[in-house]
Each structure stands twice: as C-alpha cells, then as structure tokens.
Design a binder for this molecule. Sequence first.
Ligand code: AMP
Ligand code: MG
Length: 390
Amino acid sequence: MISVQDALAHLFALCTPLDRETVPLRAASGRVLAETAMARLVQPPFDASAMDGYAVRDGDTVEGAAFKVIGESAAGHGFSGTVSQGTAVRIFTGAPVPTGADRVIIQEDVSRAGDRITLTCTPSDNRNIRPAGNDFGPTDGLSAPRRLSPQDVALLAAMNHAEVSVGRRPVVAIISTGDELVLPGETPGPSQIISSNAFGLAAMVEQAGGIARMLPIAPDDMTLLRATFEMAMEADVIVSIGGASVGDHDLVGKVVEELGMERAFYKVAMRPGKPLMAGRLGDTVMLGLPGNPVSAMITARLFMLPVLDALQGLPPQPAPRQNAVLLQPVSENGPREHYMRAVLTAEGVQPFARQDSSLLSILSNANALLVRPPHDPAREAGETVDVIRL
Ligand code: AMP
Ligand code: MG
C-alpha cells in the first residue's frame, strides 16, 4: 500500500501533456491556455471619459466658472476640435477626451442654459478620465498555462484575440463493471442496482475540460470485460469502476494485466478507496477506481482530476487544500488517510456522522472533504484541520 502523495507522483509520471490546438474564443472557456497571449492593443486606446459630463481644461474649474459648449464627444464618435480656456465639450462615458481637455466635470455639477454651462460647485479632485493603457498595453498578457475563466475570456477578447491556443481535451473512456449494474431508466432486477458512478464521473470529466465516453456496462466476465477495454484503448485515459479488489469477481486487474498494463500501483492507503490501481496501457493512462459510489467519486476527485489537469498542460499538483476550524471533535484516525465527507461554512468544517462509502446522499450534501492524515490523533472542536472543497 502506498500513500496518496506517492500514488499521485506515480500517476503524474504516466502523464504527458496532450497536443495543443487552436480554438475560437467562443470555445475557450474552461480550456487550458497553452501559449501566453499578449495584448494586441492598448486599452483604453485613448484617454476616455469615465463619466457623463463636460470635458474642460483642468485649471478652469472653480465654482461659478462658465463655459461655452462647442461640441460633443460620444462613445464611437470623438470630437475633432480642441478645448480651450472657457470652452467645454459635452462628453459621455467611454468617449475620447478631446485635445486640450484634461478633466471631465460630471453633469450633476453644472447648470446648463442653451450652449452655456456654469459650475455649481467646486468639483472633487477626480478628473474622471481613464488614461490610455490604464487597463493593459503591449507588455501585458495572460500567461500560460492557465484554465480560462469567463473573466479571462473577456480579457482575451478585449486584447483582440479571436482564437487561442489551448491543450487538447483529454478523451476519457469510462467503463462500469459488474453483473449487478443497469442503466438509469431501466427497471433493475431483484439483485440489480443502477450504475450511478459512470454518470457522476462523466459529469466530473466534462467539468474538468475532458470528453467523456461512456462504454457499455461490462459484466463480470473476462472475455467481455477484455473486449470493453479493447474498445477503450483509443482514449487518453481509461477509468474503470469496480472489480478492482481481489474478490473472485474482481477481474479488472487480470484483464489489464493480460492487455499488457505496466502497473504503477495497486492499493492506496486511503479511506474511502483502498483498491485503486493505475498504470499505462500503450499510450493510455489507466485508472481503476473502486466500485462503491462515494469511493469512486472521491478517488476521481483526488486522482482523475489532477491527471486531467496535467494532460491539459497545467502543472501536476494535488487537489488544493485549505485550512478550516473543526466544529466538532473527531476520534483518532487509523493508518489510512481519511477523506471525511463534510460541510464547510464560514464558521468551520462539520463532518457528517455517517461516513459509509456507499452513501451518495451524504456526498451530495457535502461540499468539502475533511482530510485526516494517517494516525492523526483525536482532535477537539476549535483545532485547525485541512479540507478540500468539492
Ligand atoms: P466492486 O468493487 O465491483 O466489488 O464494487 C463495490 C460496490 O460498488 C458494490 O456494491 C457494487 O455494486 C458497487 N458498484 C460497482 N460499480 C458501480 C457503479 N458503476 N455504480 C454504482 N455502484 C457500483
Ligand atoms: Mg463488482
């Protein structure tokens, strides 16, 4: 049995980042930027007004000062003349500040009669101008690698990128194994259950930028299971669910061995999820997850997601942890790292009383995992612990 940390190191050693591809910006959200994208222009491209008001010369602005309005500068339609002493240009937010002007007086601070305005107060120190390049210029950019958020996409668009270079989406083949499994929507027989894990994992793959391919459920039969794995060999990652321990019906290990897998590890010192295997099948990373629904989802969170990140070009790193205050005492932990289903709030972290690895209803209500290191002593409420957000 190896530690979670060592298992991850083995897994990362199996991962080579996939090729890059160029995609239109509309398809870039959630993808991993592969090449640093530098700004292709200056933003704003000119000194722009931050308010609706009047552009004037800064020195002229005392209460009672009067100006003649000589024109207008609106967004998209600048004023081509020059502002001189005693003149003003009507200006709107985002419009270019005309030559000669270096302050915008907000419209609330003036009274207007025909083409005359008078300052009704001494305006604040704010000149209400966004200088050219205030947001970004040619030396600014978005550095790769980085998973692109909607905010990043907006920035890339503003920087005038119509397309970007991103890591290819990893294709993940998901194989459920077990004679007891049927698909959601079917009517289970007397000793059958629904294959839930494959659906949770496919959703997780897609959220992480991958493409999930759900294969037909493989029964507990060497020939059929092998045929299913053979169908999956084109994928970048194969994730199997169940059949990974050492029972008579646990055939995944035997099948992948027959197919020539170099096994990186087989058991991990963690709870839930001890029977967890990984290796390389040709060019494909194989991850054999345990069958229990919560174990499958948690091991996928801890191992599959970092693998998908690494394949897309992000630096290999474990699921990020943060500190939280423990809200109730917990007893001593055993030799395996325990990932307790918990609720994290501003006050702290509260583990659920029921931690059985078959309870999807508990997992669905959890928003964090409370991490208990191997042999962690009993902890009191108020102590600081590690959590991983779900
Ligand atoms: P196994 O590792 O095959 O012994 O499976 C452990 C437990 O997980 C058993 O109760 C299985 O019925 C259950 N299980 C296995 N695969 C799935 C699946 N795809 N969806 C839901 N439960 C599963
Ligand atoms: Mg099974």
